[in-house]
Design a protein around this ligand. Structure first.
Ligand SMILES: Nc1ncnc2c1ncn2[C@@H]1O[C@H](COP(=O)(O)OP(=O)(O)OP(=O)(O)O)[C@@H](O)[C@H]1O
Length: 254
């Protein structure tokens, strides 16, 4: 349904902070098919290429080579707004805050309607019950959790075929992660949303039908959590050291 065919993403030497003598390949000849309606968690060490992969699917970054096929059409060259029209929506790791704009404005744009009943229905799906929240200004005064809820609501409001969330638990307290996972699972179940979550969080790894472990811009493992356990396992039996290139990175999976 969403096929990544041998995709590579390379950045020129001048764009990297390293003094490398040549271009740097961030995603390397990666192929994978996301099936319609599946729940996928993309995980892996810091800097392995997870966000880059998500951005390539959305078209925020353009692949250097390979193909991205969505429902039979080649979308590799389509700009973000065209991919969005086709049903692919991206939730940012650090959502933008706009001076003077209210949540109602953002949500109305996302939903394509300012019908209050519809907006209320959407905010209640993300666990916001207060109508007053709609008129909150989306600025630096919002908490990390509030801004994340707004971001989730704007993704959901678009009724995406494919929803991509980059570390949706950033700034969210431990007690809110469970309901957030539930929300995304419900969206998957009820709207058949293909859900792709970039996360280090165990709750999302457990919720996923399929896990993709990214290492150095390649897929180190794809499959269910049970199959990944031996790789992700902690302490003495941790085999992820090998994938992570070291104890320090492996710590994040414990
Ligand atoms: N446009 C770019 N130019 C130069 N380097 C880049 C670019 N995009 C990504 N990188 C580098 O590619 C590597 C992978 O970045 P990416 O953000 O995809 O990692 P990640 O796996 O999402 O990490 P994290 O878990 O820390 O969020 C990093 O070293 C990053 O600095």
């Amino acid at each position: 349904m969403l096929e990544l065919k041998n995709i590579t993403y390379r950045v020129p030497e001048s764009d990297t902070d390293a003094q490398s003598p040549s271009d740097r390949t961030i995603i390397h000849d990666l192929s994978f098919t996301f099936e319609a309606g599946g729940f996928y968690a993309i995980t892996g060490p810091n800097g392995s290429g997870k966000t880059t992969l998500a951005k390539l699917i959305m078209g925020i970054n353009e692949i250097t080579s390979g193909k991205i096929i969505f429902n039979g059409s080649d979308i590799s060259k389509l700009p973000i707004h065209e991919r969005s029209k086709a049903g692919i929506v991206y939730g940012f790791q650090h959502p933008a805050r706009f001076k003077g704009t209210t949540f109602r404005d953002l949500l109305s744009i996302a939903a394509g309607s300012d019908d209050e009943e519809k907006l209320i229905e959407i905010i209640s799906r993300v666990g916001v019950c207060s109508l007053e929240f709609l008129d909150k200004r989306v600025d630096s005064k919002l908490s990390g959790g509030e801004i994340k809820k707004i971001e989730l609501a704007t993704v959901i409001a678009k009724n995406p075929k494919v929803a991509i969330y980059d570390e949706p638990d950033t700034g969210i307290d431990l007690w809110t992660i469970g309901p957030m996972v539930e929300l995304l699972k419900r969206e998957q179940r009820e709207n058949k949303t293909t859900t792709i979550v970039v996360s280090h969080n165990k709750a999302f790894l457990e919720a996923a039908d399929t896990l993709l472990l990214i290492k150095d811009g390649e897929i180190g493992y794809s499959g269910d959590l049970a199959g990944a356990v031996s790789i992700l396992e902690d302490s003495s039996v941790c085999k992820f050291n090998e994938l992570c290139q070291g104890e320090e990175n492996a710590q994040c999976y414990r």
